[in-house]
Each structure stands twice: as structure tokens, then as C-alpha cells.
Design a binder for this molecule. Structure first.
Ligand SMILES: NC(=O)c1ccc[n+]([C@@H]2O[C@H](COP(=O)([O-])OP(=O)(O)OC[C@H]3O[C@@H](n4cnc5c(N)ncnc54)[C@H](O)[C@@H]3O)[C@@H](O)[C@H]2O)c1
Length: 255
């Protein structure tokens, strides 16, 4: 077990990638705090993890509300005595729209959940980690923050900012023995029926979409001591989408 006796907060772990990260962390021996705004899905994941024999608690949290995050951090420390790992996974795509049309309300909401909340969660959990002299923060960005997805200005900008935030936080927190890294997922299936068999695509070099466990595997690696000399880094888990020269140069792919 690679995360034995670790205490991990996973935001947005009521569904999709976050849920799978929470499950794989528990399987690796961690106690997991499900920090999810949706009461029903948060409780469901909590029950799943508990009935699989893991240790998990659910704390209803809207990460865009600072008082919720303060409560999350305080309650985690009260229950477990420490925070070893924080995964900033919660995000919203927001309403897609052309740059010239996007509303201020959409922009503000997406930036508050996808960007500002990553700062707030990292700062508040980071203070607890700094006191303990150790910690590990994993941010989930997106390849859309590197190669912009048209008509998604707020999402793309916030995801780029998460990468930047990772690098600056890695600098400021290194003296406290806190590592900070990013995982940039490519296209990941999060809904049935594609969870059984991911859809094929020419966008990735591997010819298919990814699955949540493939992001969770990278999260376990970054959360564990196996990555003890990695900080300020981004791992793209994207099936080679960012380096897909066939797509970029329009070269025919061999069968
Ligand atoms: N699925 C993909 O293809 C993909 C690709 C690139 C990046 N990502 C990133 O991976 C992460 C997970 O994505 P997913 O596809 O599993 O999404 P999802 O929508 O399935 O899950 C997101 C979870 O976050 C929760 N959430 C949303 N706003 C919240 C808030 N304010 N406070 C607390 N929880 C909140 C939602 O309720 C939901 O449970 C996100 O950061 C996303 O941007 C996903």
C-alpha cells in the first residue's frame, strides 16, 4: 500500500475522476475526505468507500466559498489530526461561448471554482501542512489549458492559471517540504457506457479516450513517495494528444 496512514482531501470527489481518485487512494491505504458540493453524490461515494472497508468522511464543501473550505480544513484536522495530501480536482466547464459573448457571470463562476478555489484550498491546507513540515498538493488542470479549446475562454484561462499556480506554489512551499504538481488530463470518459470501453479517437496517439483510473494512477504516484523528487511538474495523461503530430501536421496515420 503506497498511501498507508496518509490523510487526503479530494475535492469534487462525488463523481467522475475525483471519485476514482478517492477510491484508489483508499485502496492504497489512505483515509479520504470527500469534499463535494453535491450532498447526494458525496454521500454515495462515502458509502461506497466505507462498504469497501476504507476510511472516508464526507464534508459538504463548495470550494468557491472560503468559509466552506475553512470548515473542511478545520474538520479534517479535528477528525484525523493532519492533512498529508490535497487533490484540487473540483471544476466546472461553464457555458461555452465565443470570447466576444461570454457573460461576466459565467467568467466569474468558472474562475472562482476552477482557479481561485485552488488557491484557497491550497493556502488553507498548505498552512496545516507547513506546520507539520510535510505535504503534497496535486492540482488537476487540463490539456485545454495548454492548447486552448475554442469557445471555452473562462475554463481554458483558469486551467492555464492552475498550471502557473502549481509552479509558484512549488517554489513557496518547498521550504516546508510540500510538493506541488499538476496532472493535465486529456479526454477522459466519466459516464457510462463508455467507462467499460473508451471511445476511439484520432485526437490521441493511442487512438482512444482515457479512463478515470488512468488519472487516478498518476495521482497515486504523485501522492506517494515514489515521486519524492518531483515538484512543480506537470504530467499530461492524455494518450499523446498534446504531441499528436499526425493531427498537427495532417500526416496520414499508419493503420
Ligand atoms: N473528463 C475529462 O475529459 C477531463 C479532461 C481534462 C480535465 N478534466 C478535469 O478533471 C477534473 C474532474 O473532471 P470530471 O470530468 O471528473 O468532472 P465531473 O463533472 O464528473 O466531476 C466534477 C465534480 O466536481 C464537483 N464540483 C463542481 N463544482 C464544485 C464546487 N464548487 N465545490 C465542490 N465540488 C464541486 C461536481 O459536483 C462533480 O462531482 C476537473 O478538474 C476537470 O476540469 C477532465
Amino acid at each position: 500500500m503506497r498511501l498507508k496512514e496518509k490523510v487526503a482531501i479530494v475535492t469534487g470527489s462525488g463523481s467522475g475522476i475525483g471519485r476514482t481518485i478517492a477510491r484508489q487512494f483508499v485502496e492504497e491505504g489512505a483515509s479520504v475526505v470527500i469534499a463535494e458540493q453535491d450532498e447526494q453524490s458525496g454521500r454515495r461515494v462515502h458509502d461506497e468507500l466505507q462498504s469497501a472497508g476504507g476510511t472516508a468522511i464526507f464534508i459538504r464543501t463548495d470550494v468557491s466559498r472560503r468559509p466552506d473550505v475553512e470548515l473542511l480544513v478545520d474538520e479534517t484536522v479535528r477528525r484525523f489530526g493532519r492533512i498529508d495530501i490535497l487533490v484540487n480536482n473540483a471544476a466546472v466547464l461553464g457555458e461555452n461561448g465565443h470570447f466576444l459573448e461570454i457573460s461576466q457571470a459565467v467568467w466569474d463562476h468558472v474562475v472562482s471554482v476552477n482557479q481561485t478555489a485552488v488557491f484557497v484550498c491550497s493556502q488553507l491546507a498548505g498552512r496545516v501542512m507547513a506546520k507539520a513540515g510535510r505535504g503534497n498538493i496535486i492540482n488537476i488542470s487540463s490539456i485545454n489549458g495548454i492548447v486552448p479549446l475554442p469557445r471555452c475562454a473562462a475554463y481554458v484561462t483558469a486551467k492555464s492559471a492552475v498550471e502557473s499556480l502549481t509552479r509558484i506554489a512549488a517554489n513557496d512551499l518547498a521550504p516546508y517540504n510540500i510538493r506541488v504538481n499538476t496532472i493535465a488530463p486529456g479526454p477522459i470518459e466519466t459516464r457510462p457506457p463508455h467507462l467499460e470501453s473508451p471511445r476511439p479517437t484520432d485526437d490521441t496517439l493511442l487512438g482512444r479516450n482515457g479512463l478515470p483510473y488512468e488519472i487516478a494512477a498518476a495521482a497515486v504516484f504523485l501522492a506517494s513517495d515514489e515521486s519524492s523528487f518531483i515538484t512543480g511538474e506537470r504530467i499530461a495523461v492524455d494518450g499523446g494528444m498534446l504531441v499528436n503530430g499526425y493531427r498537427i501536421y495532417g500526416v496520414e496515420r499508419p493503420e
